[in-house]
Design a protein around this ligand. Structure first.
Ligand code: GTP
Length: 659
């Protein structure tokens, strides 16, 4: 055909062509495709294929074979420079039945909210459709070992539910095939292969790649594998999650199980309908976990203002994190301090683990293991706590802190579908593949492993650690502030207090008098100063010694402090001279206070030293007073008290106000 060189010549046909087309092999090879298949079918196929390089085109047609009308399922796909056309006899499909089944499934799927139930229902539905004795969902783990997670079967097929299959059962090249062609149907595993005639394309010696098609023989290895498993027919449909193969829907027939192309397509449709629902169920479960983690993080953020230390945060919220992340214990190791909740190793081990993690692991992402015993941290494993998820707190690079979550061991009796004994064998110096012979159930005890940490759980732990780091830095700033203000307070008290008696010093008293005078001028609040001096103190010192004199000053200060109101301030004015600044009272009003002070000192018992007395001068504020004037009046009054016999109170004369 002009412009369509690939449709010009029939190069190879399958040896059983006559059964389908009623034309012998030799005759077929003499015809062009258009002569062999008819103009109409070729036009339709060509239109269906269009420019598609990879995808097969499929359609159904009717042809007359030896006078009888026959339905055919026709698939065409490109394979290198050639075009492959598959012709499959099609028993009149019971379209109503298939449609009803697919519809029923569509309704059912929408009502299922649980992964296990969905997969279980899928196996039941496919079994109803195809009639295979055993329909399973087979799921890959990270090492490509498979496990049967759902199954529906008819006796006498034995159950494979929960069985593990070694990765070598579905090797990489087979898994790649599932990316090219999602469905693999083997209606009769024991059927002899039907050869192509001629065996090689005379114009192109490269082997013909039939990967995209449905009609192809089973490799002898796979044939033997199926036979060893007691399987007479199989149908496998790939299940992908965002382009990655995560499992298979696998159907086993105990004997040959013919399956029409329509049933095959319907089975694929059932799987395709289930997949988005499955992903939705999973996404919802992950979203629920994330939401709970976010709620917990919000809670933490809300408590930032409390300036709690991260250790306290762990104590307050740890139990909640354990529930969310299905862990037995949590511990925060920070600057050598350990705070934990639940079951976790002791402090020594935790510190050792944190040191190892700090030295050998990245500080920007969580590190996790199911089996501590298989890691360099083995020596610090505590009992059956073999699962560790450790998230670094992005704080100090040199001394990273770690949030560690622990899980208990989960012992598992792993049932293998036979012993995974078939490692690749060498024959004549070449690696060859051999099918497994043993499918007798074989049990392996899996110990020293905890349930795996999911990607979402790792992320959640990382988020929590980040929040704790923010809290830690906030808390550290707060702690530094507290320390600074303590130092400031100490400095202030050093600057403002008298080192012997602890009362305010003269500098502080002068400030206080100035403030009181300001308040008096501005608001009319009166104030008064009481200046007093220990009587005959020189003599006391001379008699008992200077140290005893010091003790007396301390004792009378202590005694006076207890008799003063909070608003009255006692300070040392100098030497053995003291002052009380009384707020909110005038000179007259301060007299009873002065008398109380005098009696107080007089009453202080000094043991062998006897007693001492004081003479007090009282001066009240007058409008326009300066500190100097006020104190001078008090001093003058005190002088009079001395003059008038000591151990007494004198009030300043009015005239002194003008001094
Ligand atoms: N132990 C001790 N004595 C002090 C201190 N400050 C001042 N003095 C003594 O207090 C005495 C004050 O003596 P004077 O000013 O002569 O007065 P006085 O002996 O108290 O007699 P009158 O004030 O007139 O009753 C001196 O001997 C000072 O050395 C102090 O901090 N400790």
């Amino acid at each position: 055909m002009p412009g369509q060189p690939r449709w010009r010549q029939v190069r190879q046909v399958s040896a059983n062509l006559e059964e389908t087309l009623g034309i012998g092999v030799a005759e077929a090879l003499c015809h062009s495709p258009r002569e062999l298949l008819g103009e109409r079918l070729c036009d339709r196929l060509q239109a269906a294929l269009g420019d598609r390089e990879r995808l097969p085109a499929a359609l159904t047609t009717r042809i007359r074979v030896k006078g009888r009308e026959r339905h055919l399922h026709v698939v065409a796909y490109r394979s290198g420079s050639r075009l492959v056309v598959e012709l499959e006899p099609l028993a009149r499909p019971d379209e109503r039945r298939l449609l009803a089944l697919v519809n029923e499934w569509l309704v059912q799927v929408g009502e299922i909210d649980d992964e296990e139930r969905l997969l279980q229902a899928l196996t039941r539905m496919v079994q109803r459709l195809t009639g295979h004795e055993r329909v399973m969902v087979y799921r890959f783990d990270e090492q490509w070992n498979g496990r049967v997670t759902a199954e529906h079967r008819l006796p006498p097929a034995e159950s494979f539910l929960g069985h593990h299959f070694p990765a070598s059962d579905i090797p990489a090249q087979v898994r790649r095939l599932y990316d090219i062609n999602r469905v693999r149907s083997i209606p009769d595993a024991a059927a002899a292969p039907i050869p192509l005639v001629p065996a090689t394309d005379p114009h192109d010696p490269a082997p013909l790649d039939l990967s995209r098609g449905a009609l192809r023989a089973v490799s002898p290895i796979h044939q033997e594998y199926l036979r060893n498993m007691g399987v007479g027919a199989s149908l496998s449909i790939a299940m992908h999650d965002e382009g990655r193969l995560w499992g298979l829907l696998a159907c086993h027939g105990l004997g040959p199980t013919p399956l029409s192309a329509a049933d095959r397509d319907a089975a694929r449709a059932l799987v395709q309908i289930a997949l988005p629902r499955l992903m939705l169920i999973r996404a919802r479960a992950e979203a629920r976990l994330l939401q709970s983690i976010h709620d917990s993080r919000d809670l933490l953020a809300g408590e930032r203002g409390l300036l709690l230390d991260p250790g306290e945060m762990v104590t307050r919220h740890g139990q909640q994190w354990l529930d969310l992340l299905r862990a037995a214990g949590v511990a925060l190791v920070q600057e050598g301090h350990v705070h934990g909740v639940g079951r976790h190793p002791d402090e020594r081990r935790l510190r050792a683990m944190a040191t190892w993690l700090g030295r050998h692991q990245r500080h920007d992402m969580p590190w996790a293991t199911q089996a501590l015993g298989e890691t360099p941290l083995a020596e610090w494993q505590d009992g059956d706590l073999c699962g560790l998820l450790a998230a670094p707190l992005p704080t100090d690079e040199r001394r990273p802190a770690w949030l560690m979550l622990f899980r208990h061991e989960q012992r598992e009796a792993r049932r293998w579908a036979g012993k995974p004994e078939d490692v690749p064998m060498e024959r004549d110096g070449r690696l060859i593949m051999t099918p497994r012979r043993s499918f007798a159930q074989w049990q392996e005890e899996v110990a020293g492993r905890s349930p795996a940490w999911g990607a979402m759980e790792r992320r959640a732990a990382g988020d929590l650690a980040e929040d704790l780091a923010v809290l830690a830095s906030g808390h550290q700033i707060h702690r530094l502030n507290v320390q600074l203000s303590q130092v400031n307070e100490q400095l202030q008290s050093l600057a403002f207090s008298d080192s012997l008696t602890g009362s305010w010093n003269r500098y502080r008293m002068e400030q206080a008098i100035d403030a009181a005078l300001n308040a008096a001028e501005r608001y009319g609040h009166p104030c008064a100063v009481l200046l007093f001096d220990v009587d005959h103190f020189k003599q006391f010192n001379d008699t008992h010694g200077h140290e005893a004199g010091d003790r007396v000053l301390v004792e009378i200060t202590r005694a006076l402090q207890t008799t003063l109101r909070e608003s009255d301030i006692l300070g040392r004015w100098g030497g053995e001279e003291f002052m009380v600044l009384a707020s909110h009272c005038d000179g007259q009003g301060a007299l009873p206070l002065a008398e109380r002070l005098r009696r107080c000192v007089e009453g202080v018992e000094l043991g062998k030293l006897g007693r001492v007395t004081i003479s007090i001068g009282v001066a009240g504020w007058h409008p326009g007073d300066t500190r100097k004037r006020l104190v001078a009046r008090a001093d003058e009054a005190m002088y009079r008290a001395k003059q008038n016999g000591r151990n007494r109170v004198e009030q300043a004369a009015e005239s002194a106000a003008q001094a």
